[in-house]
Write a protein that binds this ligand. Structure first.
Ligand code: SAM
Length: 245
């Protein structure tokens, strides 16, 4: 099958990821709730509390792989609607859903939507106070390039935060989680979109992603300081933090 467990090369990988998200864009938010049993909301809220965006005017954040806007909208609200947030995604269909949601919430004027690749950000050096990426970096073929770009576009003193699926560090929970991801998630995908295969591919990408410690080392290699992380739900998700000093 097109999305089977064989190795895919990096260009092919981006193509597969793009197909999945084009197909699912309109149902993405429902899928997220079903597939994470609503947990992604709590993880995202925790991400924004750790970020603690400034409420002063002029605060600029970039949310990469921002999809339908979940992180960007939370930053805008947490800043009491003063932050200027750029939502960047490689996928126009996801951004379109994000734009409609922003209009409905009445926060469109705080947001800019940009269709671009995390590996080549169309911004000047030292442009943003914060760089966020949630459940996105795993999909980027060259993670080191995305991290270098994050470092480049942040202002000195800027904050990097990345929320991603990670290594489950609790016995029993890892078994439950494995069952859930290998059986339930592709079935939910099948039921909602008529095709379970792309979800098998996405789950496989979770297993291949570096664990907490190795990912922290990659962030440090990109130049960030004081790199730390927090686990959520036993490590199903982890939030990594770093600073551009
Ligand atoms: N951040 C949102 C959230 O947490 O709900 C969306 C996450 S969604 C699982 C992953 C997103 O990454 C998709 O919208 C996809 O289009 C985007 N993406 C994949 N590869 C990308 C790349 N190379 N550059 C930018 N965005 C990318």
């Amino acid at each position: 099958t097109a999305y089977g467990f064989r190795q895919v090369d990096e260009n092919e990988k981006q193509g597969l990821v793009n197909t999945v998200f084009h197909r699912v864009a309109k149902r993405y938010d429902v899928m997220n709730d079903l597939m994470s049993a609503g947990l992604h909301r709590a993880w995202k809220d925790a991400m924004i509390s750790w970020l603690a965006p400034s409420k002063q005017p002029g605060y600029r954040a970039l949310d990469v792989a921002g999809g339908t806007g979940d992180i960007a909208f939370r930053i805008v609200e947490a800043s009491r609607r003063s932050a200027e947030v750029t939502v960047l995604d490689i996928n126009g269909s996801m951004l379109e859903v994000g734009r409609e949601r922003a209009e409905k919430k009445g926060i469109a004027e705080n947001l800019t939507f940009v269709e671009a690749n995390a590996e080549e950000l169309p911004f000047e050096d030292n442009s943003f106070d914060a760089y966020t990426i949630a459940f996105g970096i795993r999909n980027v073929p060259h993670i080191d390039r995305a991290l270098d770009e994050a470092f480049r576009v942040l202002k000195p003193g800027g904050r990097f935060l990345c929320l991603e699926f990670s290594e489950v560090e609790m016995p029993l929970l890892d078994k439950v989680y494995e069952n859930w991801s290998f059986h339930a998630i592709p079935r939910i995908g099948q039921a909602v979109t008529g095709d379970g295969e792309p979800y098998r591919y996405l789950i496989e990408s979770i297993r291949k992603f570096p664990n907490q410690q190795n990912f922290a080392a990659m962030i440090t290699d990109a130049g960030f300081s004081r790199v730390t992380w927090r686990n959520y739900t036993g490590g199903i998700a982890a939030l990594h933090s770093g600073w551009k000093i």
